[in-house]
Design a protein around this ligand. Structure first.
Ligand code: GLN
Length: 471
């Protein structure tokens, strides 16, 4: 709590801090330990929660004016599982509005700053959670990943983030954005911490129709083993070249060489349909957004404007949706409604769904010769605040490497693999559906070997935002 107070002014990772409840629940854990109770490994550990997860007793805003004062009447399954495991919720972290964006700049409550360089973005949409980790404001955090919102912020802040297999973690009580792609996941500073959190939040939930009824993959064990000897690892040929920062490609190539030295069998793999993942995502994702965001009708919950008796329901709706949604949310609603409209449905939404199938086939083909796939997590390091806000296409390209995994529902994570121009670079590891443990296995091997060669972890190099010279 003191640390948050010290550094969150310049970083702005948190939208709300829940000081009293956090201290109270920590005290309760202490009492249970003193009473000799045997608690789980994360009992008493503080966690920062992306403000997209319903958590009773404080607002869940989705970083939107639309839900600014809305307090949910129930906990999301993922938050409830954290509470049951004795984790201490510190508060809610900033994000792009309704999790649409790659920089947290579409948040209605102002952007988060990257602790590595306060003039740069922490990625998005989960930039608040990632920045909270990098600034040492929290050791654990929750994120959601629809097109890269866990992995891309992890990459540009030098932290770890995993998007579980679609259906591996429950979406119940997570504000819906694009339901066929959204997936909650764990974020932390180390691979083992991320794996421990994964096992707390993962597993079947009857409240989520798409939840997979299978045991959680053994992520903690995989993170402890961290051995890639004998693993077949594929380098995705298409995720390189034009548009990729040379420093990012250099760190990636070195990490692939490292994996070979550690005993992995590395091969090049072609996934020809990955190049269509981004355009197909920007038809499917907005289509689902236009449907999911229709519920903010000013009638049931959230913001309501012009409710003075002189306006019709339609006028109230129009005024509320006009003022309540930011520009990016409106752009997606309009795009999605258009893609779904009669006469265009087959050409846009229909074609995009076919591409989705082709991407799934590319993965299926790759798994015939590989246990896991690797690529850079992002084409560039963190960009400066404001640099891409007027250029949606440039903003969307930040997710070039992360979107294929969402389109196919496979497991994927990002792990720090060095610096380029003084800023963190992420290694992305992808693995088949319900083989999330392999993501951790590769991540842990890289983390261990790099820490040994550097003599310290990457995050020990983050400038302290509390120190004057860091600004
Ligand atoms: N940046 C992507 C988008 O804007 C992905 C967001 C996400 O994963 N939540 O849609």
């Amino acid at each position: 709590m003191d640390r948050i107070e010290q550094v969150d002014g310049p970083v702005h990772a948190f939208l709300a801090v829940d000081r009293e409840r956090a201290i109270e629940s920590a005290r309760r854990v202490d009492e249970r330990i003193a009473a000799g109770e045997k608690l789980g490994p994360l009992a008493g550990v503080p966690i920062a929660v992306k403000d997209l997860f319903c958590y009773r007793g404080m607002p869940t805003t989705a970083a939107s004016r639309m839900l600014e004062k809305w307090v949910p009447p129930y906990n999301s399954t993922v938050v409830q599982r954290c509470l049951d495991a004795g984790l201490v919720v510190l508060g809610k972290t900033n994000l792009d509005e309704f999790a649409m964006g790659s920089s947290t700049e579409t948040s209605a409550f102002g952007p988060t700053h990257n602790p590595w360089d306060l003039d740069r973005v922490p990625g998005g949409s989960g930039g608040g959670s990632a920045a909270a980790l990098a600034a040492h404001e929290a050791p654990l955090a929750l994120g959601t990943d629809t097109g890269g919102s866990i992995r891309q912020p992890a990459a540009v802040t030098g932290t770890v983030g995993v998007k579980p297999t679609y259906g591996g973690t429950s979406r119940h009580g997570v504000i819906a954005m694009a339901s066929s792609l959204d997936q909650p996941g764990p974020c932390a500073r180390t691979v083992l911490d991320t794996a421990l959190l994964h096992e707390v939040i993962g597993g079947h939930d009857p409240m989520d129709q798409t939840s997979i009824d299978q045991p959680v993959p053994a992520t903690t064990e995989a993170a402890r083993i961290g051995e890639v000897r004998g693993m077949r690892i594929g380098v995705v040929k298409e995720l390189s070249g034009e548009g990729y920062q040379p420093g990012v490609e250099a760190r990636f190539t070195e990490t692939v060489e490292l994996l070979t030295r550690l005993g992995a069998e590395v091969v090049e793999v072609s996934c020809p349909n990955f190049e269509y993942a981004l355009p197909a995502y920007y038809l499917i994702q907005p289509a689902e957004v236009s449907s999911n965001l229709a519920r903010y009708d000013a009638m049931r919950y959230g913001l309501r404007l012009d409710d003075d008796g002189d306006h019709s329901a339609e006028q109230v709706m129009r005024a509320t949706r006009g003022a309540g949604f930011g520009e990016e949310a409106k752009r997606r609603i309009i795009l999605g409604t258009y893609a779904l409209s009669a006469g265009y449905f087959d050409a846009y939404y229909g074609s995009a769904q076919k591409i989705r199938t082709l991407i799934q086939r590319d993965f299926a083909q790759a798994w015939r010769s590989c246990d896991a796939l690797v690529a850079p997590t992002t084409p560039t390091v963190a960009f400066t605040l404001g640099e891409r806000t007027d250029d949606p296409m440039a903003m969307y390209r930040a997710d070039l490497c992360t979107i294929p995994a969402n389109m196919a529902g496979v497991a994927a994570g990002s792990f720090p693999c060095g610096l380029a121009d003084g800023l963190p670079v992420g290694l992305q590891v992808m693995a088949p559906v319900m083989a999330d443990d392999r993501v951790y296995r590769v991540g842990a091997a890289v983390e261990h070997a790099l820490k040994e060669s550097w003599g310290h972890s990457l995050l020990s190099e983050v400038p302290d935002p509390a120190k004057e010279d860091a600004r």
